[in-house]
Design a protein around this ligand. Structure first.
Ligand code: ADP
Ligand code: ADP
Ligand code: MG
Length: 459
């Protein structure tokens, strides 16, 4: 039984985990950097320890110090949240070696899925469709040209160790291939310490649709349906919804089965997300990657299934059996999530850290706000610029969009620019209303959206 958990994270996800633990009567230990000493996660945990200075590698990424605190505080388990050490093989291994339960999959599973080529190989062997390409590291210009000759332009160059949308380049013409490889490779080295890249077919008119899976230690795996995360900018998600307006019951079943197959192929234990790129033309779907952690957008799946994903993560980690089989999982109604960031869309979405002079979140039936902010709190330049996740649930998609619009209008954040006006403009757009968003939509319509946004502000 897990009785005490250290949360190796900060911000809204640390709070989300602390709340799940509190409901399960599990004691919590927070860790924090010196700039986070007044944060809510520090106040709400049962114990809290400062582990260093603001730079993440001096605190939230310091494996030795986090393990030392875990041992000192005598916790049974560590929850890594998302980002930071959530997908660190070394961290999962350090927990394993210290006899502390890592709330997540084994270090072997993280390793397998963290390398996107090995992940693709594992999936195609298991019969899960993968994006066409060459399933190996591209190590020479000749190899690159040969691969592209086979699959045809456009292609996407991707980092083998990639994440967070970094290290990717779309190539449309032969003449740009080698230059783009160099750029992607340099970016990959900078971001992940690994310059290796691979090439796959670029699916131009596509949706990002991902399936949430849960697997216990006893071989049971179920999926919780899909999330549509096609609204993206620079390969990063802006808002998400469950279910997907594109997915029919038949496609849901096919993608769900493929995701369960993917989990079984990697002996996966815990919660995970299997990401697919889905052609908007013929609904063919291809495995892109598997994220071996809780995801930012997990709430929309919770809202439509009634299942608390974080609590189940903890239960699985202590060896519990999944309490349902696939037939027990039902998708009800519609849920949307807007990521509200301290960013200035007018200036290339530059993060704008600073103090929130007034913070008043919306509330009411069907409205959920996952956030660690309050009046007077600071968005620190050292960490990501997310202020809050605004989540709604309603019986239908239309009603959910209306509810989100009302909730966005009620959200008061004074002192720093936010992406609220952008979300308002987005949700008013007919393409969004009609559920026709593909991964290119936001970038192609950004200027027009920003115009409507400033009109709304000036009214
Ligand atoms: P999600 O699919 O959960 O929405 P995101 O791509 O938004 O995932 O990433 C979630 C968090 O994890 C973000 O804070 C992002 O910066 C971070 N992240 C994702 N992948 C990596 C990586 N490989 N290295 C470092 N941080 C990452
Ligand atoms: P990351 O690890 O950075 O999240 P992903 O492989 O999940 O990388 O890709 C991020 C985004 O890039 C996807 O959500 C999708 O919009 C786009 N993308 C990735 N692969 C393809 C592809 N083969 N064709 C078209 N778009 C793609
Ligand atoms: Mg991804």
């Amino acid at each position: 039984m897990i009785k005490k958990v250290l949360i190796a994270n900060r911000g809204e996800i640390a709070l989300r985990i602390i709340r799940a633990c509190a409901e399960m009567n599990i004691a919590t230990v927070a860790v924090y950097s010196n700039v986070d000493r007044d944060s809510l996660h520090v106040k709400l945990a049962n114990e809290a320890y400062c582990i260093g200075t603001a730079q993440a590698n001096q605190s939230y990424l310091d494996i030795k110090r986090i393990i030392a605190v875990a041992e000192y505080a005598q916790v049974d388990a560590i929850h890594p949240g998302y980002g930071f050490l959530a997908e660190s093989i070394e961290f999962a291994r350090a927990c394993e070696n210290s006899g502390i339960t890592f709330i997540g999959p084994s270090s072997d599973a993280i390793q397998k899925m963290g390398n996107k080529i090995i992940a693709k190989e594992t999936m195609s062997e298991a019969g899960v469709p993968v994006v066409p390409g060459y399933e190996g590291v591209i190590s020479s210009a000749e190899e690159a040209h040969a691969t592209v000759a086979e699959i045809g332009y456009p292609v996407l160059i991707k980092a083998v160790s990639g994440g967070g949308g970094k290290g990717m380049r779309i190539v449309h013409h032969e003449r740009d291939l080698e230059k783009s490889i160099r750029q992607a490779s340099n970016e990959a080295l900078q971001s992940f310490g690994d310059a290796s890249i691979y090439i796959e077919k670029y699916i131009p008119t596509a949706r990002h649709i991902e399936v949430q899976i849960i697997a216990d230690k006893h071989g049971n795996v179920v999926h919780l349906g899909e999330r549509d995360c096609s609204a993206q900018r620079r390969y990063q998600k802006v808002f998400e919804e469950a279910p997907s307006p594109f997915v029919t019951p038949k496609l849901r079943q096919e993608m769900g089965e493929a995701a369960v197959k993917a989990a079984r192929a990697s002996d996966y234990v815990g919660v995970g997300t299997v990401e697919f790129i889905v052609s908007d033309d013929d609904a063919s779907f291809y495995f892109m990657e598997m994220n071996t952690r809780i995801q930012v957008e997990h709430p929309v799946s919770e809202m439509v299934t009634g299942i608390d994903i974080v609590k189940n993560q903890i239960k699985i980690a202590q060896g519990d059996y999944l309490p349902w089989s696939q037939n027990d999982i039902h998708i009800e109604g519609w849920s949307l999530e807007c990521r509200i960031n301290a960013e200035d869309p007018e200036r290339e979405f530059m993060p704008v850290p600073g103090q929130i002079r007034r913070y008043k979140p919306p509330f009411g039936e069907g409205i959920r706000v996952d956030s660690a902010m309050s009046t007077g709190a600071e968005i620190s330049p050292f960490y990501d610029s997310m202020i809050a996740k605004l989540i709604v649930w309603a019986p239908t998609r239309e009603a959910a969009i209306d509810k989100m619009q009302a909730a966005l209008a009620d959200f008061e954040i004074v002192g720093i620019p936010t992406t609220i006006p952008l979300h308002q403009a987005l949700l008013a757009h007919p393409t969004v209303r009609e559920g026709e968003v593909t991964t290119k939509f936001l970038e192609e319509n950004l200027d027009a959206l920003l115009d409507t946004q400033s009109e709304a502000v000036n009214e």
